[in-house]
Design a protein around this ligand. Structure first.
Ligand code: TYD
Length: 251
């Protein structure tokens, strides 16, 4: 059981995928939709990211993305930043009933430092237990894409950081690492085929927001007379904005 399943707590949702799969673009839309739904119930949505999310975490992000280091050091710093992130930002937000959406979380360490860099998964599991003590996302949206397509998208979009400069074989391993995480706990993941047109992916995201049980619960709790669950789902299904249809792929 994750902490967020306790009554009154917010929910914790993460976005994952290899660099270039488009998660950051769709994350912005997801948060916009979620804010519209949860605002009715007086609940906030906190958007954050990893590595980063706190002043210390953002400093560590600068090192992680730019400084050469041993793969173990990389994993330790990822979990150090994550421990701070949970303690200072995620946990307090969930405790006050807000929802938290993070651009990456612990799955990324298993995929990048584990599968990508070749660190032993059991050792990473020890770090995960030390840093997180069983805390995990309620839901993870995984953007799945062929690394060769992702590389083309990245090349068109921006200069590469230390991870993005890795070759296709690295990203093949990272993709497989994510898939192994899904296979181990499929109920936590929504796998999104990110090879499709942005509008199709956006439609999936909207449908996912509509299916989140807590969204309907939160809306019902905050405005019982005005909104019922079925209407909320219909409203979300019909809410396809032009920006979503033309959303460009940024990462
Ligand atoms: P991200 O914010 O997705 O990159 P961008 O801002 O360029 O879209 O992630 C930064 C990089 O950090 C990404 O290449 C993946 C890497 N990363 C890890 O290797 N391990 C981790 O645990 C995390 C959270 C990120």
């Amino acid at each position: 059981m994750t902490l967020s399943s306790q009554p009154g707590r917010g929910r914790f949702i993460t976005f994952e995928g290899i660099d270039g799969a488009g998660k950051s673009t769709h994350l912005a839309r997801f948060v916009e939709l979620l804010r519209a739904r949860l605002g009715v119930a007086g609940k906030g949505v906190v958007l954050t990211r990893e590595p980063g999310g706190t002043p210390l975490g953002e400093k560590l992000r600068g090192l992680l993305l730019n400084e050469p280091m041993h793969a173990d050091t990389e994993a330790l710093l990822m979990f150090a930043a994550r421990r701070e992130h949970v303690a200072a930002l995620i946990e307090p937000a969930l405790a006050r009933g807000d929802w938290v959406v993070s651009d990456r979380f612990a799955d990324a360490t298993f995929a990048y430092q584990g599968a990508g860099r070749g660190l032993d998964v059991c050792r990473l599991g020890l770090l995960e237990r030390f840093a997180l003590d069983g805390f995990a996302p309620d839901l993870t949206l995984l953007f799945d894409l062929d690394p060769r397509v992702a590389a083309e998208r990245r090349a068109a979009a921006r200069a590469a950081d230390r991870f993005e400069a890795e070759d296709t074989a690295f990203f093949e391993r990272v993709r497989a690492g994510y898939q192994a995480r899904v296979a181990a706990a499929p109920e936590r993941y929504l796998v999104i085929d990110a090879a499709r047109a942005p509008a199709e992916v956006a439609a999936d995201i909207e449908a996912a927001v509509g299916r989140l049980p807590g969204v309907v619960d939160a809306v019902a709790a905050g405005a019982p007379a005005a909104v019922d669950g079925a209407a909320a789902l219909q409203a979300i299904a019909g809410d396809r904005s032009p920006e979503a249809a033309s959303a460009s792929v940024r990462s």
